[in-house]
Structure formats: structure tokens, C-alpha cells
Design a protein around this ligand. Structure first.
Ligand SMILES: [Zn+2]
Length: 599
């Protein structure tokens, strides 16, 4: 291997070919050959010790060849010598290793709230490093006052151009429907609006507004909503969270991931989401496997799952279980079960006529409960020093994920480590899947206790959860907040659609989809184009009433006959609701009344 890499890196030459012309050969003095898979790794190995030249109080971040050195202090004059020393020792390192720094490509900046300060003057090989007020690191523009104005302006500029793509595709002749357009919007634009967004979560509202309008315009184009439509209605129809709520949600998810991986400065291990707070101290942390996968011994049996439950009689299952258990007569039997209802989550472990009840935070999944029950059984086996034990669980997904040796999730790796420890102590543990609700006594008992655990004062409360549980809880909290906002807004769509839950789209025709969306939102060319003309609000010439969608569809005297013949419901929430038949009737109504092209 060593010789291969040595040969790969030495005596390299390269030529450039354009059409039939081949350039002279150049020899490569240092660096790695471009484009090979191993080059990246070799480069990282070569540059890795660069950080050893950076001494306190100077700190550094390194991503591939992108090195940043930073120093914090009350007075720029005290920072300057520290930075200069570091640069000098980096130069010395570069002369030994063959790396070169470019003074013209480097930048320096001072992040401060002071209005008056002397610019930093640091040199690279006697060439001053240019001073700038903004610095771009990995696609994020940092400005020296931390206002994020520069960065937000830049994303606005980049995404505004991309909105044109949506505009083009949204044209009715292309037949791109709302779902496709939304997908394109999310991958082309929203991804840019959300990249690194956790950094500027506290930026001023006025600055954030710059990118919020892009989000709203993108979704307006995707839904085909009329220009004057209220933003809250557009977001509801598009079934997409407002940008600030998405930012909060992503921030909270990221924080949860950091807590799980122990890389947070958040000492309380809790996530705050507006008025809510999650305690994440009990989140399953990723444990390293104590035993390599090829040495891990897991004894399990899921054979009974091959019998289809609906086609197998309960007593057949009972007999099959009993015959399986004949091989384990001298094993202590642990029955485990989990339960999740509307009021809570519980689990139980039942063995030797004793039962242990466990209660979990309400947002835990049934999977967490089932898996933790198995974990608790293993703890008991260890404490009581039981030589041979068999754990009977009716959760196939839990057993399957515990047996995933190569890529276990956090709780499965905890369980695997526990089993490895027991094996090491010559304690034998077997996992057996049994079907639920088939009258197997131990399983029925475990089931009863798991349900009882949810309300029983005897149950012990454990503050544990998985990353997945936290994710689910954060998502449902975000949706609750969105629903709360929606309920307190007063748009025309509120009358028809009180919930933020999506309505099915029945039609594949873009034109129909746009018309139905506009009618539901209540803003159409017919009723609101006066705004674009700076005119007075439109009125129905026959009835003398304000020209609204409600008036046209339900009350206008001009269309009474058509309305009756098509059975148009008398309430707007029915006429424009999710019912397919009604939508078709409304479209026919518009065609007969010649309003179809005015929407
Ligand atoms: Zn009328």
C-alpha cells in the first residue's frame, strides 16, 4: 500500500489536449493528481497537521483547503500580533510542506460593534492581506456587524433569478402541475433560502423579509394564485410552512442532532421552540460498538413471523410458540411489551411473576417503548446474573433493528453493546418474536401492564427518547403553531378551509388546478384586477353588490338557473371543498356562465 501511494505521488507529469493539439509535458512538483478517488484523502492527510501551527488564543476552522484563523479580544491591537505570529508560523510550515498561500486570495476582517476602529493590518510574506467588511466562508457571507444584510441580499439576488424558471414552467401550456412546480421550487430555491439558516435565526425581521418574499412568490407561482392573494392563504393552499417556522423547525432539529452527538454548547440539553421547551438530556446518544460486527453474536428467532397472522388460528400460534420454547426450558422468560395511546406511552417487562412498569414522555413512539423494554430486560438479566434468558417480544421491527449489526440506530447499538457485555460474562440471551393478542399468557400480562403503566402511579417515569421521537414532536409543534396562526387570520379561505391540512388535488389539468386554487383563495382576475388598475372595487351591475366569488357562485341573480341545474351547494365551504364532484360542477358552471376565462 505504501509503495503504491509513493509511486502514485512521485514522478508525475501532465499534458493538456485541445482537439488534436497536445501541449508539452509539465512535471508536477507537488500536489496530488486531480480527479482520482484517493487524491482527496491524500490531500486531507497532507493538510491535516496545519492546525498544529495555530496556538491559543488564535483558533481555526478547516474544510478541505479552506482555512480560517480567528482571534477574539477586547482590543484590535492585542489581536493583531497573535494573528501575525500565527500567519508567520503557517508560512514556515508551508515552506516545509510545499503548500503555498496566496496573499491576494486571502482576506481579513474585524467583527465588532464599535463604530470607530483601526483596520487590521496583517501581512503574508510582506504583502498586506486585503481588508474587507464581508467574508464568504463555505457559501455564507459574514459581515463585520453581524447584521446578515449582505448574505441575505446575496441569496435574494441568486434566488430571484431562479424564480423566472418557475414563472416559465408555470405557464399553462407546459402542463406542469402544482406538485411538480412545488418540487422544483423546493430543490432550486428553498434549498438556497435554508442553507445555513440557523446562523441568522436572530437577524432583524426587516432583513429576513428580503428572503421571505421570495418564498411567498415562489409558492404563489407554483399554486397559480392571483397576485393580490393573501400570503397566509397561498401558503395554506401550497401546504408549505411559512419560512420563519421552517427556520425554527430546522434549527430545533439540528440542535437535537447536536445534543445526540454530544457536540453542543447547550448545557441544559434542551431545545426551545417559541413558547415550548423540550428536555433532550435523555435522548439516546450514539454509542460506539464495543464489539466489532464480525465478532458480535446475536441469538434471535423470528420464524413465527413467516405465518400470516390473519390466516393462522390463535391456538396454532400458541402451539408453535410452546414447541419453540421447548428448546429453552432452562431459560428465564422475559416478556416485554409497549403501548401507546392518546394519553401516553408505557412499557412493561414481565418475568418470574413480577412485572416492571415504565412510563415515557408523551411524544415517544411505540418503537422507543418496545426497544427500551428489551433494554430494561437486559439490565435486569445483568443485575440478577441470570445465566440463560429468553426475551419474548411481539415487536418484529424492534427485533429486526436490534439484529441490524452493520448500521444500528442509537437504541439498537445500546442494546447490542449490552448483549455483548452479557456474552462476555458467559450469560446467554435469546430474542424471540411472538405474535401479539393470541392468548400467550406472558405476552397478555405484559400487554396489560404496558397499558397500565401509562396511568399507574407505580410506573417509573424515564425521561428518554430517540432522535426520531424528538423530530416528530418538533414537527407536530411547528404544525400546531402554523394552525394557530391560520385560525387567527381572517382571509376568505378561512371560511372554506379552517385547517392547514392539505386537500387532495383531483385534477391533472393545470388550468383547472389554478382556477380552483384562485376560487378558494377568493382572489381572481374578475374580482381583484381593479387593484392592479388602481380602480374602485368591482360591483355586480345586476345586483349592485360587491363582486366577490361568494356572490358569483352562490347569490348572483344572473346565474340562478345554471346554479340550480348543476346542483351547486349553498355553502361556499361545500362548493369549493375537497369534494371532486363539486369541483367539476363549479368548473362547468364557470364555462356555462362564460366566467371561465375571467378567473
Ligand atoms: Zn350579481
Amino acid at each position: 500500500m505504501f509503495n503504491f501511494i509513493k509511486d502514485f505521488l512521485s514522478d508525475r507529469s501532465f499534458q493538456v489536449k485541445i482537439h488534436n493539439y497536445l501541449s508539452p509535458s509539465f512535471s508536477q512538483q507537488n500536489g496530488v493528481p486531480q480527479g482520482s478517488t484517493i487524491s482527496v484523502t491524500l490531500f486531507l492527510i497532507a493538510i491535516n497537521d496545519i492546525c498544529e501551527n495555530i496556538k491559543f488564543p488564535v483558533q481555526s476552522t478547516l474544510f478541505a483547503d479552506d482555512l480560517n484563523i480567528l482571534c477574539r479580544g477586547k482590543n484590535p491591537n492585542s489581536i493583531q500580533p497573535a494573528l501575525q505570529d500565527t500567519i508567520d508560523s503557517l508560512l514556515e510550515w508551508s515552506s516545509k510542506t510545499g503548500f503555498t498561500f496566496s496573499a491576494t486570495k486571502s482576506r481579513c476582517s474585524l467583527f465588532t460593534r464599535f463604530r470607530k476602529y483601526n483596520n487590521l493590518e496583517v501581512h503574508l510574506n510582506n504583502t498586506p492581506i486585503p481588508y474587507t467588511k464581508t467574508i464568504k466562508i463555505l457559501g455564507i457571507t459574514f459581515d463585520n456587524k453581524n447584521t446578515w444584510q449582505a448574505h441575505l441580499k446575496e441569496i435574494r439576488k441568486a434566488t430571484l433569478i431562479k424564480l423566472n424558471i418557475i414563472k416559465l414552467l408555470a405557464h399553462t401550456t407546459w402542463r406542469a402541475n402544482g406538485t411538480t412546480l412545488k418540487q422544483i421550487y423546493k430543490s432550486l430555491i428553498l434549498s438556497k433560502l435554508e442553507y445555513g439558516a440557523f446562523l441568522y435565526i436572530d437577524a432583524k425581521q426587516s432583513a429576513l423579509k428580503m428572503i421571505e418574499t421570495i418564498h411567498n412568490s415562489g409558492l404563489r407561482l407554483a399554486t397559480g394564485a392571483f397576485r393580490s392573494s393573501p400570503i397566509s392563504s397561498i401558503l395554506n393552499i401550497a401546504n408549505t410552512l411559512p419560512l420563519d417556522l421552517r427556520r425554527m423547525q430546522n434549527f430545533a432539529l439540528q440542535e437535537a442532532r447536536r445534543i445526540q452527538n454530544n457536540i453542543t454548547s447547550n448545557l441544559e440539553n434542551s431545545i426551545k421552540l417559541n413558547n415550548f421547551e423540550f428536555n433532550c438530556s435523555g435522548i439516546f446518544k450514539h454509542e460506539h460498538a464495543t464489539t466489532p460486527p464480525w465478532l458480535m453474536e446475536l441469538h434471535f428467532n423470528t420464524d413465527l413471523s413467516q405465518h400470516i397472522k390473519s390466516e393462522t388460528m390463535d391456538y396454532t400460534f400458541r402451539n408453535l410458540t410452546l414447541s419453540l420454547l421447548e428448546d429453552y426450558q432452562d431459560y428465564t422468560k422475559f416478556y416485554t411489551d409497549g403501548s401507546k395511546t392518546e394519553i401516553g406511552v408505557g412499557a412493561s417487562v414481565y418475568f418470574n411473576n413480577t412485572s416492571k412498569m415504565i412510563k415515557f414522555p408523551d411524544f415517544c413512539s411505540i418503537y422507543t417503548a418496545e426497544a427500551y423494554a428489551i433494554y430494561h430486560a437486559l439490565e435486569t438479566i445483568q443485575q440478577l446474573n441470570i445465566d440463560k434468558a429468553i426475551i419474548l417480544s411481539d415487536s418484529l421491527s424492534t427485533i429486526n433493528s436490534i439484529c441490524n449489526i452493520n448500521q444500528p440506530n442509537a437504541i439498537s447499538s445500546m442494546i447490542q453493546n449490552r448483549i455483548a457485555l452479557l456474552n462476555h460474562n458467559n450469560q446467554d440471551v435469546m430474542l424471540l418474536w411472538i405474535p401479539s393478542h393470541t392468548g400467550i399468557h406472558g405476552n397478555e400480562t405484559a400487554d396489560t401492564y404496558a397499558k397500565r403503566a401509562i396511568t399507574s402511579p407505580e410506573a417509573s417515569l424515564v425521561q428518554i427518547c430517540s432522535l426520531g421521537d424528538i423530530k416528530g414532536a418538533i414537527q407536530s409543534l411547528t404544525l400546531q403553531q402554523w394552525q394557530h396562526r391560520w385560525t387567527s387570520s381572517h382571509t376568505k379561505l378561512n371560511e372554506i378551509k379552517p385547517s392547514i391540512n392539505p386537500w387532495p388535488t383531483h385534477t391533472s389539468k393545470r388550468r383547472h388546478e389554478v382556477i380552483i386554487n384562485r376560487l378558494r383563495i377568493g382572489h381572481t382576475w374578475l374580482t381583484h384586477s381593479f387593484l392592479m388598475r388602481h380602480d374602485d372595487p368591482a360591483q355586480c351591475t345586476t345586483c349592485g353588490e360587491a363582486l366577490t366569488i361568494k356572490h358569483v357562485l352562490l347569490h348572483c341573480r344572473n346565474f340562478t338557473d345554471t346554479r340550480t341545474s348543476l346542483n351547486i351547494p349553498e355553502h361556499l365551504y361545500e362548493a369549493l371543498g375537497p369534494d371532486y364532484e363539486n369541483s367539476i360542477n363549479i368548473l362547468t358552471f364557470l364555462k356555462i356562465t362564460k366566467l371561465y376565462n375571467l378567473i
